[in-house]
Structure formats: C-alpha cells, structure tokens
Design a protein around this ligand. Structure first.
Ligand code: ASP
Length: 430
C-alpha cells in the first residue's frame, strides 16, 4: 500500500494526549466531580456530544469488521495455498494463543491466591438482582455455534466464530480450484482486503477525537463509590494484567518474536489505544491489522491470517480476568458460606477460563458473560457476576488492551517463523 504522510495528528502521542484529556474532563463532569451540580445544561450537552462522536466512531469501526475478516482470511488462506504450510501456520498460531493465555491464567491464579481479595470481603450479594447482558452460556451451544447455518445471518450479526469457520473453508476451497479461476478469485479477495484496509486507515484519522469522546463518557459515568468494597479485587486484576503485559509478553516478544518490546508497543500503539478506549477487540481489529502491517512491518499474508483469529479467540487478558474474578467469588463464599475451594476446583477454573476466553466475543463485557460457564462449573451462584458488573468497565478496558497486545506479538512471532526474520517496524513512536 502507498505510504502515507503522517503528521502530528496521526501520532499515537496525540491520541494518548486526547485520552488523558478525556479522562480529566470526564472525571470533572462526573456526578462526584467538581463541576457536576453547577452547570447541568453544560454537562448533559457535553455528554450528549461525546456520545454522538463515540457512537459514530464505533459504528465506523464495526462497519469494517465483517468484510475485513472475510476478505483478509480468504486472501490469507488462498495465498498460503500449500495445505501443509497452512496447517503449520494454523497449528503454530493456535499453540501461541494457548500458551500465552495459559500463562496469563496462571499469573492470575498465583496473584489471587497470594492476595486473597475475596477472603472476608463485604459483598451484599442479594442487593444485585437483574440479568446479565446476553444471559448464561452453555459449552455445547458454543461448539455447535462454530458452524454457521446462514453465513449472511452470521455476517449481519457479526458472529465472529462462524464467520471465521466459513472464511477458512472458503479460502481452502478456493485453493482447490483450477489455476485460472483460482488466480482471478485470489486477486479479487486480495484487492478487497486492501480496499477495506485503506478504508480503515481513513477511519483511523479520527482516532484522537474518538478516543477523547470515548474516555470522557466512561469517566463521566463511572460510579466511583462502588469501587470501595471491590478495591482489592480491582487491584488484583489490574496488577496481574500489568505483570502479564509488561513482563511475560515482552519476554515472549523479545525471545521468541525477536522484536524489541518497547519499540513494538510504539509501532502498534494506535491499536492499543483503540482497544483501551473501545473495550472491544473486534472493533479494534481494523486498526490492529492496519498498524501491524503498515507500522509494524508484519507481512500481509501473516497478518491477515493471524490477527482476525487472534481478535476472536486469543484473549490473554480475558482468561486472566475470568480466573481472578471467579476465584475471588469462590474465596468470598469460602469465607462466608463454607464453600470449599479445593485444588480440583482451581484446576477447573484454569481449564474453563481458557475455554471461556476462546469463546468470548471481542465486545465489551463479553468476558463477564462468559464467566457464567465457570461459575456453573464451580457450583457457584451466577449472582456474583452481576455484582462485578459494577466495576467491569475499567477492567474491560485493561484486559482488552492486553488481548490486542498479545495478538500483535503473535503476529510478529508468526511473521518471524514464516519469513525467517523478525518484522522491522517502519514507524514507532517509542
Ligand atoms: N472486551 C474484551 C475484548 O473485546 C472481551 C472481554 O470482555 O473480556 O477483547
């Protein structure tokens, strides 16, 4: 793709500045902030404008997700025509996703056991009636749901897993065509992929404004009061996420993928900032693809295969969060109601947290909904998940950033394994 001239507006530093400014303005407008009661018209007007800007940006991103996944995966699979190479890349990608997610879960497991935020916690469970968005999820539906019964329906609903299954199958069928038809279609899908990436680039120019609006509305509506009772829990999740993001994953980036972690983070910073502001790996996917390729130097073939898969099934941050959150609740029930948090049950958490993170959609609060699988497996009431809803947003922002960070390192690693050399970031603001 033709190189773009990038001014200060396109720099991640600008978006980071917008993020900080959005947070300051948002907290100032918060009901417990300084401006709150004084100029109500101003507060509601500002919030309405921020909502408008944020909604438009989110819709622009979401508009790109289904076509990008379809075109990028079909083009990716078709370009690796050799089934053995494809199988190898698929297996390696999957192995990376599983290993890093497992490391994340184990980090969470160790910290939640060491800190024990649930032991003796004061949680007024019965005061949180209501239903979770999306309801409880069963494992069986999750497996059957991998296969679309109607691809147009799946595309319309943005059901990522069935879209991925369909795209992989379509790409594979394409490689089985006679050479003439195969060439035409491969070029068509490749050109389509570039077209949507170009469109993503245009949407991306709105990033600073969008980040400002997204963060402002979150900060303005944050229920700061609720954090008191859950502070230790929030801190445990945050600390575990930070350890995974700044120690474990950078070691993988350095040793396995051969990229310098800080430089790599600088290259894909726009994707990290988008993940943080939107709490959605799927909505961030257009930005992740664009930045990994254009700024990070990951090969087109690798990025278009690895990243759509990653945005859907690789969620280190979510896996870690599931583990800490459910053990937190189990600790609470252990100290208040004689529940036994045995070693077997901790093992169940590790396995189901991994599965739940694979099954979680890349949308806000998906991790919280998937927690119902683990709570059911542990014989714990689902009510606990509702309680955690109150503090989910900031944790969601953090875990989504970790999810995308891990995807990008996976792309760098697969690039190295495929091309024999690490990707060379072309632009890095670090
Ligand atoms: N919001 C997360 C993501 O999109 C999923 C989750 O809720 O953990 O990656």
């Amino acid at each position: 793709m033709a190189p773009e001239r990038r001014g200060w507006w396109q720099s991640p530093w600008t978006a980071l500045g917008a993020l900080a400014l959005g947070a300051v303005c948002g907290f100032a407008l918060n009901p417990s902030g300084p401006i709150a009661g004084t100029v109500p018209g101003f507060v509601s007007g500002t919030l309405a404008t921020a909502d408008l800007v944020a909604s438009i940006f989110l819709r622009l991103l979401k508009m790109l997700v289904a076509p990008l996944v379809l075109f990028s995966l079909v083009a990716g699979v078709a370009s690796i025509a050799d089934p053995r190479r494809l199988g190898r890349l698929g297996a390696r990608t999957f192995a990376y996703y599983m290993v890093t997610s497992l490391l994340a879960v184990l980090t969470g497991l160790v910290l939640v056991n060491l800190i024990g935020p649930g032991r003796g916690a004061r949680l007024q469970m019965a005061e949180h009636p209501g239903t979770l968005p999306g309801g409880a999820i069963g494992l069986r539906e999750m497996i059957v749901g991998l296969v679309p019964d109607n691809i147009f329906g799946a595309l319309a609903r943005l059901d990522m897993l069935p879209i991925i299954t369909f795209s992989l199958l379509l790409g594979f069928a394409l490689t089985r065509l006679d050479p003439e038809r195969r060439n035409v279609l491969t070029r068509l899908f490749d050109a389509g992929f570039h077209l949507f990436t170009r469109l993503a680039l245009m949407v991306l120019s709105l990033l600073p404004i969008a980040v400002f609006a997204l963060i402002l509305r979150v900060a303005a509506r944050a229920e700061l009061r609720v954090f008191g009772d859950l502070a230790l829990y929030v801190l445990t999740v945050a600390l575990a996420l930070v350890i995974h993001a700044v120690i474990t994953l950078p070691i993988v980036a350095r040793l396995a993928a051969g990229v310098r972690p800080v430089r790599w983070a600088g290259a894909i910073a726009p994707a990290l900032l988008t993940a943080f502001s939107t709490s959605s790996s799927s909505a961030t996917l257009p930005v992740t693809l664009e930045t990994a390729e254009e700024r990070g130097g990951v090969g087109n073939r690798t990025a278009s295969f690895v990243l759509p898969l990653g945005a859907t099934i690789n969620m280190d941050g979510t896996a870690l969060y599931e583990c800490v959150a459910t053990i937190f609740l189990a600790q609470y029930y252990a100290s208040s109601a004689g529940y036994e948090l045995t070693l077997t049950r901790q093992l169940i958490v590790v396995v189901t947290a991994l599965l739940a993170s694979i099954g979680a959609a890349g949308i806000p609060s998906a991790g919280l909904v998937m927690m119902t699988i683990i709570l059911t497996a542990l014989d714990l009431p689902l009510e606990g998940a509702l309680l955690l809803l109150a503090v989910d947003r900031p944790l969601d922002m953090m875990r989504t950033t970790v999810n995308v960070w891990s995807d990008s390192i996976g792309a760098a690693l697969m690039h190295r394994l495929e091309e024999g050399a690490p990707p060379v970031p072309r632009v890095s603001d670090a």
